[in-house]
Design a protein around this ligand. Structure first.
Ligand code: PSU
Ligand code: MN
Length: 311
């Protein structure tokens, strides 16, 4: 625990009693969806997690505090504020030391979840190795965080705005287990398949929870990536979305977009050029991830109670 960390009473009580908790990120609210869909999505994720028997803990930096478990007012503020800082690991100390606010990325959220003692986290898609990284070196800090922070992240893979084979190679080097939830293939965010394999296909949340538990018992350093494909009825046509992604990337290059602005720019551009279809798919996969993460957290709480296993 540190002086900057404020965990809500509800989350604190759940953690103290060994009840299931699921972390949620806030960059997806501030930069991943337009207003007001972002607010609706944030609320709905929390509700889905509750319905599945776990406690949601949305994480952000608010006025110089690391907040784990947000109030309704804080959610609204994150959703409504334009130009909210996007906070990854490298931004954390700068924003906290000046008493500022920021929406946490997957990396930032993992860091704070681990500080609070939360082991399971639901997002949409993690950041990864960008296309053209051979020249730009643009590799999301999310991958480095997975290499060093012991939190299991439930994601619909990485968006095909990224380079999936290179992202897989990076995860392998970093020692991050890539688990498919009832799938052999690394999902492609808007679509279910990529032609690229996961490391292990586990068919139940109970098996995934046991793997997470085992990793903790061993004291392994890094995180675990759980890949949960978008529900089939919401998946977009691969040829259609690939073409739109190519167009969005070309536009980003033409405008000289780089660094932390890249992912929000591409998401915004896709929203525009798909007439909102990208957002529909994004919502569906985030909700699906929230549900599966809650199932894993419930099963993990069960494994943690079996003391003979951990002794
Ligand atoms: N994927 C989404 N929506 C998002 C993001 C990823 O579908 O909003 C955000 C996440 O917070 C992720 C971040 O951690 O983008 C990655 O940004 P970068 O590529 O700059 O590391
Ligand atoms: Mn980047």
């Amino acid at each position: 625990m540190n002086n900057y960390l404020k965990i809500s009473n509800e989350v604190q009580a759940a953690l103290a009693e060994g009840r299931p908790v699921v972390a949620l990120e806030s960059t997806i609210i501030s930069h991943g969806f337009p207003y007001p869909q972002n607010l609706e999505c944030a609320r709905r994720c929390e509700q889905i997690i509750r319905e599945a028997g776990a406690v949601p803990a949305t994480i952000a930096i608010i006025d110089g505090w690391i907040k784990v478990g947000l109030t309704e007012g804080e959610l609204v503020r994150l959703a409504e504020t334009r130009e909210m800082a996007k906070c990854s690991r490298r931004d954390v100390a700068a924003i906290l030391s000046r008493g500022g606010s920021g929406a946490t990325t997957v990396a930032g959220t993992m860091l704070f979840a681990a500080m609070a003692g939360i082991r399971v986290f639901a997002t949409g898609g993690i950041g990864g190795v960008h296309r053209g990284a051979q020249q730009t070196f643009d590799i999301s800090a999310d991958l480095e965080e997975l290499a060093q922070t012991p939190v299991a992240v439930v994601s619909a893979g990485v968006k095909s705005i990224l380079d999936i084979p290179l992202t897989r190679e990076y995860l392998e080097t970093a020692g991050v287990p890539v688990i498919g939830y009832d799938t052999d293939e690394f999902p492609n965010f808007y679509t279910r398949t990529s032609g690229i394999r996961v490391d292990y296909n586990l068919e139940t949340t109970r098996e995934i929870a046991k793997l997470i538990h085992t990793s903790h018992v061993l004291g392994l350093r890094g995180g675990i990536l759980i890949c949960n494909p978008i529900p089939p009825e919401y998946a977009l046509d691969p040829a259609y979305i690939d073409e739109k992604i190519e167009a969005a990337i070309a536009e980003a290059q033409a405008q000289g977009i780089s660094g932390k602005a890249t992912t929000p720019f591409l998401l915004g551009k896709l929203y525009e050029i798909t007439g909102g279809k990208s957002i529909e798919a994004n919502r569906a996969l985030v909700f699906n991830n929230a549900k599966v993460a809650a199932g894993i957290a419930v099963d993990l709480a069960g494994w943690n109670k079996i003391t003979s296993f951990s002794s």
